[in-house]
Design a protein around this ligand. Structure first.
Ligand code: SAM
Length: 240
């Protein structure tokens, strides 16, 4: 069975968006993965199809109701659906390639997109959601974050990337940032490609690339070198 993504959102019209083009889009056309965007509002039961309410304790904005979100999850995930449920939120653990690899190796993912102030925490806990952030900034909704997550996962599904692309040697594959790339012309605006890359010496090229990777990682992301980071747990225990 192909990798299956379900997105729970108040704006299903935003999908597939960019996921319908290029690598991801071609993979979808070829049946390597599928995407379903489900409208959270469709499960709201009152006359006005209300999905949110004011926050307890006061403050600005609205919060997505736990009963509505729970019903949306239940409708999207029938019993036995083993896919992890990810809530995109700035409060989550930063998205890392380790989690991307883990998710893409599984059956798929269900992604919950917040809006307004966010989602009632009780349903996040009760459903054992994995809380994931795509970076230290605040978006207006989880849809773009879900697209980022899905794009990162989908490109690792076997067959999605052709021979021309490879995930074997890229940033984060060995805990380092990637070395710089160059192509023709060998000289451009007075800037020459590093000589070693023109030498045809495979071992020398490999050594140079490794050094470049380590140098750029040391300079820009020393945390990658020092930290023994672990991916966010895939299946946090659901509370009763
Ligand atoms: N009140 C929230 C806070 O301060 O953490 C921000 C809510 S934001 C305006 C609305 C929704 O956008 C969030 O519930 C989440 O789904 C999504 N979102 C915003 N920034 C995000 C990020 N960096 N990573 C993942 N999702 C994000």
């Amino acid at each position: 069975m192909s990798w299956r993504a379900t997105v729970l959102t108040l704006f299903p019209g935003m999908f597939p968006g960019p996921l319908g083009t290029s690598l991801a889009g071609r993979g979808m056309e070829r049946g390597l993965w599928s995407l379903e965007a489900r409208d959270i509002r469709a499960v709201a039961t009152d006359r006005h199809r209300t999905v949110d309410d004011t926050p307890f304790g006061g403050g600005a904005g609205m919060v997505l109701r736990p009963d509505v979100v729970d019903a949306a999850v239940a409708a999207a995930m029938p019993e036995g659906d083993a896919r992890p449920l990810v809530f995109l939120t700035p409060r989550g653990a930063p998205l890392r390639q380790e989690l991307v690899r883990e998710l893409s190796a599984g059956p798929g993912v269900v992604a919950l997109c917040g809006r307004y102030e966010g989602v009632d925490q009780r349903v996040v806990e009760a459903r054992g959601m994995i809380e994931v952030s795509i970076g230290d900034y605040v978006l207006s909704g989880g849809e773009l974050a879900a697209m980022v997550l899905l794009d990162a996962c989908v490109r690792l599904i076997p067959g999605v990337m052709g021979a021309a692309e490879s995930a074997e040697e890229e940033s984060f594959s060995a805990g380092l940032l990637e070395y710089p790339h160059y192509t023709r012309p060998a000289e451009w605006r007075g800037r020459r490609v590093p000589e070693v890359l023109l030498s045809g010496h495979h071992a020398e090229v490999a050594r140079w690339r490794r050094e470049q990777s380590e140098a750029v990682t040391r300079e820009r992301r020393p945390d990658l070198l020092s930290e023994q980071r672990r991916a966010a747990p895939l299946h946090p225990a659901a509370s009763p």
